[in-house]
Ligand binder design. Structure first.
Ligand SMILES: C[S@@+](CC[C@H](N)C(=O)[O-])C[C@H]1O[C@@H](n2cnc3c(N)ncnc32)[C@H](O)[C@@H]1O
Length: 303
């Protein structure tokens, strides 16, 4: 996957979402960054292995773990478009120049090249088994969906579903979404960010692992276009409240609804929503829009 250090290329490139290698488990222990996901192993069925083998080069991209070893806690929302740090892919380090490697050292992810067209892009963080991604992408062909997940069986499942449904507007990144957003996505690019049923991390000592927290929200918001949507859903009322407060406090987000949003029909029901409902928990959606405070110009000065 080619990255650009400039704005996305003016001329749409032909579809060529090639990347290096099949997904590898994302290391967690040695990294300084606080992780928002549970390290877990999952068994890969023959169908999943086949999907990884055949479809990863077509739809997949790896967020290099090298990006993450510099130990940030996600508090870099002010990253506004200059080239990120000097992380390099192992391919570069090995001097192989392997095509398809993703490197922050080379610049930013070119979304036009990734999808082979210029269209609004929706980022789905923590796509799980991918059922929601596929249903939404199928129902919304004019936008492109970039799903990011760490869990290999989920990625394999999404690859298989993407092929099964003949979708051309889905790509799948493996790695930490926060690294992808921070190091590989330019500001002001995304039409929407979806965070559906993020791990709730209910114990107070684990709250620092939550995906929806002020610094992460500021980072995600910075990648939205003006008018872009940050949509979160959870079945965990205490987390929902904290999400609502965090999103409300962000200086460049406004709530599209007063309080919680009505459940949007376009958000498919997944295992996590069914599980929450079965346990008697409410399902709470929050839909916030990025807006820009008008900058005072010389004519706005008081006379
Ligand atoms: C509770 S599951 C929900 C999955 C899916 N959204 C759904 O509703 O079925 C949360 C998912 O987010 C993923 N996740 C958590 N933090 C992540 C991160 N920083 N980057 C990528 N994926 C992450 C986890 O691996 C897990 O699969």
């Amino acid at each position: 996957m080619t990255l650009t250090s400039q704005n996305q290329s003016a001329v749409p490139a032909p579809a060529r979402p090639a990347t290096a290698g099949a997904p590898r488990p994302v290391p967690s222990g040695r990294l300084a960054q606080i992780r928002t996901f549970h390290p877990r192993r999952g068994r890969l069925s023959a169908r999943h292995l086949d999907a990884l083998d055949r479809l990863w080069p077509r739809y997949g991209l790896t967020v290099p773990p090298e990006l993450t070893s510099v130990g940030s806690t996600g508090s870099n929302p002010g990253n506004t478009g200059t080239a990120p740090g000097n992380a390099r892919t192992s391919a570069e380090d090995a001097g192989t120049g392997q095509a398809g490697s993703v490197s922050s050292g080379a610049g930013w992810l070119d979304l036009v090249e990734l999808f082979g067209r210029r269209a609004p892009v929706v980022l789905e963080i923590g796509s799980g088994m991918g059922d929601a991604t596929v249903a939404m992408a199928a129902a919304d062909p004019s936008r492109d969906y970039l799903a990011v997940e760490v869990h290999t069986p989920g990625i394999a499942n999404l690859l298989a579903l993407t092929e099964q449904h003949g979708l051309t507007n889905v790509r799948i990144a493996q790695g930490d979404a926060l690294d992808l957003v921070r190091h590989l996505l330019l500001p002001d690019r995304l039409d929407a960010v979806h965070v559906f049923f993020p791990d709730p991390w209910p114990k107070p000592r684990h709250h620092k692992r939550r995906l929806v927290q002020p610094a992460h929200v500021a980072l995600l918001r910075s990648r939205l276009v003006t008018g872009g949507i940050l949509h979160c859903a959870t079945d965990w009322p205490e987390y929902a409240e904290s999400m609502r407060d965090t999103l409300t406090a962000d200086p460049e987000l406004e709530n599209v609804f007063p309080g919680y949003a009505p459940r949007p029909a376009h958000r498919p029901v997944t295992k996590f929503e069914r599980r929450g409902t079965a346990a008697g928990r409410p399902i709470l959606d929050l839909v916030f829009r990025r807006y820009r405070k008008p900058v005072a110009g010389p004519d706005d000065r008081p006379a």
